[in-house]
Design a protein around this ligand. Sequence first.
Ligand SMILES: Nc1nc2c(c(=O)[nH]1)N[C@H]1C(S)=C(S)[C@@H](COP(=O)(O)OP(=O)(O)OC[C@H]3O[C@@H](n4cnc5c(N)ncnc54)[C@H](O)[C@@H]3O)O[C@H]1N2
Ligand code: MOO
Ligand SMILES: [Mg+2]
Length: 419
Amino acid sequence: MSENQPLTRFRRKAVKVEDALQSIISYISKAKTEKVSLEKSLKRTLSEDIQTSHPVPHFRRSGYDGYAVQSKDVEQASKQSPVYLKLVDDIPCGEVPGRRLESGQTARIMTGAMVPEEADSVIMLEATEQEERNGSTYVKFTKPIQSGKNITPIGEETAEGEVLLTKGTEVNPGAMAVLSSLGFSQVPVYKKPQIAVLSTGTELLEVDEPLEMGKIRNSNTYMIAGQIQHNGGEPVIIEKFPDDVDAARKKLQSLLANQELDMIITTGGVSVGDYDIMTDIFLNWEGKTLFNKVQMRPGSVTTAGVFRDKILFGLSGNPGASYVGFELFVKPSIERMLGGLGVQDKQTAYLKVNYTKVNAFPRFLRGYYEVKDGELWAQPVGLDQSSALLSMKDTNALIVIPPTKTGMKAGEKVNVIPV
Ligand SMILES: Nc1nc2c(c(=O)[nH]1)N[C@H]1C(S)=C(S)[C@@H](COP(=O)(O)OP(=O)(O)OC[C@H]3O[C@@H](n4cnc5c(N)ncnc54)[C@H](O)[C@@H]3O)O[C@H]1N2
Ligand code: MOO
Ligand SMILES: [Mg+2]
């Protein structure tokens, strides 16, 4: 309790967004690791560096279907005086050439097949003709070829021992190709953080319940479950809770004690209303409340605390505020668990329209940014109110409007945080 003394229900000390994030991140440890099958590894985060134990490619490979030759044999070849080499081998993909290639000889070879050691180039099939003479086959060449031509040398892409994918990388389809070729049928990844989502509010209906006057369907739970998945976590949906402080406290105690869970997110009840039960819980619980007000809009009442290294996020009930609270605090926390730094990824863009509101706190507008004529431009989408529900569907970035007494003009530079 004593640690919570400076925090009160009404007179709250608003901390800066960066300080709030830092206080959370300092408690976050890396997620546990596991191995997943290669086909399930897409979008997972590598928990180890991936090193190649062989060069790529690991044998000299033909780039074409054609004939492997010693280039000096065809040095003098021309249309007028073609060179004929005796065909002595046929090398399909997957085989080691069976015989030495002597001067004056050639071997038929396929794309991707291993080039005989003595050959130093491959001539495309289309540039040649075959002739039968005395029971032997000869190949006619009418042009010289540069040594090394049409052969991919050993290690052209990478030497043995190189780290090709670093720890903390998100696996994309290209990384899956690398992992496959290096023999990783099981991929070392961070376990997806298991994050409980629990919405509070007596006014909340289930999604499939008919609307009633004064009540609304619970949308925060599913929005946040989506945000969790989008950022590499696994949502654990907990049934919504009415505004009953004792029942909610009990439920939270069991969630905090649950070893399977890495974080807990609640929405609603963090302001100063009579039924704002999360405010009461954060003022009196076994954990340490880190902050209960942040210098930001929306989501100024965003609250967070820690119980034995497990973060409890008390996001606002207003949909816009809980969306922004997630992006600013939960997203970097997940990133941190998955081996990242846990910082906000910011870019600069030009504001496309005038912004006229005055703010005491930085404002994180739900916005849309895109490249136009080589520059990034950002504009707000939909209603900017904390209570607005619809604008999130069109959001691809939060536009950061610093505290302003005059608003901002179109064309001014702003930071944007991609979502
Ligand atoms: N006197 C004051 N009133 C308010 C203040 C203040 O400082 N003094 N802060 C305002 C701000 S800012 C915000 S943001 C909200 C925060 O409210 P709570 O976090 O306490 O959330 P609730 O009161 O539970 O709900 C607010 C709003 O959101 C709707 N809601 C709640 N849960 C869901 C859900 N799961 N899905 C969809 N919508 C949800 C709820 O019905 C309310 O309309 O407080 C201001 N008031
Ligand atoms: O915190 Mo409220 O979301 O600022 O509107
Ligand atoms: Mg409230």
